[in-house]
Design a binder for this molecule. Structure first.
Ligand code: GDP
Length: 224
């Protein structure tokens, strides 16, 4: 079975999960969409990003994490939106939000024209390299498909920019437990030597709620 879970004080983990649940149950508001760097918001608070191939289940996961159905648009035209979407998490009335969620544009759409692939790389690379407030990127991988070449391209970009990242398996409800264990193991082995990769992989299902409390806690844990 996959990676061994690290020994963690159960009470501390339960407390972390409860604190994360509380934060994600509080105010979360769409801030802006940035099609290029000059539209980025002022870096006044920490940022946590989500990235993945088109159709990996990113919008569903962001909506499930925040228990808000329409927050991240579930788009039927994969690969079309080349924007970074920012969401403020936490109170905004007195000072900056606690942190921001950043929904990165999907990639790897089979029919994407070359120009669009280039634009995606540009935007994502510029963001990754210049963003001191970016604490971690979550790279979503479909449990049914595992890692693809394009995912490695993103890993390379993250490693080169020295941005911490963590793999999150999506749609875990669509595979058998044995298949999930297998994809987890294969993925863990593939990222083991990558310098900026977090060794622990979280398996999730937006549909069934699996892994969501743990992922919320992991997001909060990435903040300083
Ligand atoms: P995005 O392009 O990465 O934002 O992907 P979406 O969130 O739009 O999801 C793509 C498709 O996968 C949609 O048909 C979703 O209903 C489906 N999907 C997303 N998450 C899950 C999940 O956890 N379980 C199942 N069974 N389907 C999912």
């Amino acid at each position: 079975m996959g990676e061994p879970e690290p020994v963690r004080d159960e009470a501390a983990q339960a407390q972390a999960i409860e604190e994360a649940r509380r934060i994600f149950a509080g105010p979360i508001n769409f801030l802006l969409s940035a099609p290029s760097l000059k539209f980025l918001p002022e870096p006044i608070t920490e940022e946590i990003a989500f990235a993945g191939r088109s159709n990996v289940g990113k919008s569903s996961l962001i909506n499930a994490l925040t228990s808000r159905n329409g927050l991240a648009r579930t788009s039927n035209t994969p690969g079309r939106t080349q924007e970074l979407n920012f969401f403020d998490v936490g109170p905004t009335e007195s000072g900056p939000p606690r942190f921001r969620l950043v929904d990165m544009p999907g990639y790897g759409y089979a029919r994407a024209p070359k120009d669009m692939v280039r634009a995606w790389k540009h935007l994502v690379n510029d963001y990754l390299r210049g963003r001191a407030v970016l604490r971690r990127t979550h790279v979503l991988i479909d449990s049914r498909h595992g890692l693809k070449d394009v995912d490695h391209t993103l890993f390379d970009m993250l490693d080169e920019a020295a941005v911490s990242y963590r793999v999150v398996l999506t749609k875990a409800d669509k595979v058998k437990a044995s298949e999930l264990a297998e994809v987890r193991e294969r993925t863990a082995a593939a990222i083991r030597k990558r310098p900026a990769a977090h060794p622990e992989i979280i398996a999730t299902s937006s549909e069934k709620g699996m892994g969501l409390p743990e992922l919320r806690a992991a997001v909060i844990d990435a903040l300083t």
